[in-house]
Design a protein around this ligand. Structure first.
Ligand SMILES: [Fe+2]
Length: 167
C-alpha cells in the first residue's frame, strides 16, 4: 500500500491450519470471541477467508519492517510471541486512528506503542493507519500472531497486497 515496505517473513492462515490445531481452535474459541465482542461492543465474527483469518508476522533481520497499511478486516487481535525488550531495538507499533490516508503516519501526530512478549492489543485495523518500525539491529525478533475479526455489517475486502503477503 502506497509502496510502503514489507521486509518480513509471514505464514498465511491456510498454512497454519494445515500444521496447527491450537491456532485455529484458539481463533474460533467462543470465550475469546465473547471477550473481543465485549471490548468492541459489537458481535465479533471469524472471517471466512482462510488465508487472512490468522497469520504469523515475523520480523527477524535488521531492517525488517511491516510498512504502512490498513487491514482488510475491521479488527485485529495481535498477540506477541516474541518482541525486542528495548524500544531502541525497533519493532514499535505506530498508528493513527481514523486515518484519511496512510500519509497521516508521516504528516501528522502519530501514536507509538512498545510491546513485550506476552502482550496483546486489539486494533480497529481497517480505519487505523498502522505500521511497525524497522528492527534496528541483528539478533532481535518480533513475532506476532494476528487474528482478524469482522462484524455483521462489515463489507468484505481483499486487497492484492494481503494476497501477496500471505497467499
Ligand atoms: Fe495490520
Amino acid at each position: 500500500m502506497d509502496d510502503s515496505p514489507r521486509h518480513m517473513t509471514t505464514l498465511g492462515g491456510h498454512v497454519i491450519a494445515e500444521t496447527s490445531r491450537l491456532v485455529p481452535e484458539l481463533y474460533a474459541d467462543p470465550e475469546l470471541l465473547a471477550l473481543v465482542s465485549g471490548l468492541i461492543a459489537e458481535m465479533a465474527l471469524p472471517v471466512h477467508d482462510p488465508v487472512e483469518r490468522h497469520v504469523l508476522n515475523i520480523l527477524h533481520r535488521e531492517g525488517d519492517t511491516h510498512g504502512a497499511h490498513t487491514d482488510d478486516h475491521p479488527y485485529a487481535l495481535v498477540m506477541f510471541l516474541e518482541a525486542p525488550d528495548s524500544p531502541e531495538d525497533g519493532g514499535l507499533l505506530e498508528y493513527v486512528p481514523g486515518a484519511t490516508s496512510l500519509r497521516d503516519l508521516t504528516d501528522g501526530p502519530t501514536r507509538t506503542a512498545h510491546h513485550r512478549a506476552g502482550d496483546a492489543y486489539l486494533l480497529r485495523s481497517d480505519t487505523t493507519a498502522h505500521r511497525v518500525t524497522p528492527l534496528t539491529r541483528a539478533g532481535v525478533r518480533r513475532t506476532v500472531l494476528n487474528f482478524a475479526y469482522t462484524t455483521p455489517g462489515a463489507v468484505p475486502r481483499t486487497t492484492p497486497s494481503a494476497r501477496s503477503l500471505y497467499g
